[in-house]
Design a protein around this ligand. Sequence first.
Ligand SMILES: [Zn+2]
Ligand SMILES: [Zn+2]
Length: 502
Amino acid sequence: MVLRFCLEDGFLRPELLSKTKGETAFFRIDDLREIPVRERDASFPFDRSLQLHLAGKKLLLEEIPFPLALVHFHAERGYIAYGKGVERRSGGYFCHRCHNENPRLFHVFPCARCRRECAYCRRCLMTGRISQCTPLLEWRGPEPAVLGRGQSAWQGELQPAQREAAGRIVRAIEKREALIVWAVCGAGKTEMLFPGIGRALKEGMRVAIATPRTDVVFELVPRLKRAFPTVPVAALYGGSQERFRFAPLSVSTTHQLLRFYKAFDVLIIDEVDAFPFSCDEMLQTAANRAKKDTGAQIFLTATPSEKWKRECLRGLRNCVILPARFHRRPLPVPRFVWCGNWRKAIRKGQLPAKVADWVRERVRRGKRCLVFFPDVERMEQALPLFLSFCPGALSVHANDPQRKEKVEKMRKKEVLVLLTTTILERGVTFPDIDVAVVGAEDDIFTESALVQISGRVGRHPDYPDGDVVFFHYGKTRAMIEAKKHIMWMNREAEKRKLLSRY
Ligand SMILES: [Zn+2]
Ligand SMILES: [Zn+2]
């Protein structure tokens, strides 16, 4: 696609639609100091499907499957604005999509589209290449009406603690505030959102739930469709057919938020602390841009960052703490067991006796267990050692092509012992398991990782208990803080009478 413009009648005209001749007349969008704007012609019968496609987003031309002439026709009548993609600024570049200004994350290349040296942004490259000659298009016409207004069909019941959090979420949405929901693993976060989402949809608001992981999108969409059967729900993830669909309720990976601009009245961000959201400034920028200026933001987390934790506890942030699980039993508290120099032992072809005994006991009772390792190499060395007394044991890691199948085998109880890296620290739920961490002192096991790992145990109401052991070769602060965190939540739950007595 030719991405150059000329000026005709004081307005931009794409090279493809122009009658102007001669190389010199054409320039890139970034070569203009000011981009002319057109007054909106209120009587113009704009195209509704183009409106639905573009409203609330900033898109590249190739992301707009409409004829260029039609798109430009809307620009001339003030319904679409051309904006810069990558802008040259004094001392560097700026990306208007992801707000990158780190000079190392731009690359200058001989561009075939503008036939010049052209800088593109490497930071948001997975969303499609954006460069100095790539216009970013924005809808300036009226907003489409949100035809959500459906009723919630959700019949479930909330526990008292959930009800309090749900009430706070509703209030934050009504007052269009930001709210942090700090809820233990297994609190029943999704159900707590239903009253708030229901209220927002009833008011004709547009709602999005963003999550760092695609599998969570797959899991949430059917649940939301069941809860709000008359409301169109769009699933937005890389490669999804619905990526550009306008829906009152969207479930999106955090990366897909990059395309949105002031779109949502309510933006719910799940697992704020999880990779890649927490360490990725770009995604935080995206999350802020994707909501309307007056939009509400709900952050869900079981393990907020140190900073947020402090600010929540001091009352500096609007926060609700949910210390109890929906089944009202306390969180299993991790035990610390010293197991000596386990790395050395494994290298020599031996499992530390305490670890082996613990796993053997589970196998004897036919109970499933997850055994976490800090790195793939040591885990793979340990696997044959486990196989000698628990046939069928498996190991899984992030780049394992059989990752899904192995987790599925565990789910179906075809496997009793699954060795894993931190990839299974969150998201997975097996009803009745025990968990061990081998080498809990390793740096990779941060406080939040250890709290998440402990949170795998006792989630099901029929099996609310279980064993969590941190096998270590020297206690770390993270281990101690994780245990304190869990015990504090249990005390809070007790104090607020959120636990049931058995
Ligand atoms: Zn960028
Ligand atoms: Zn170019």
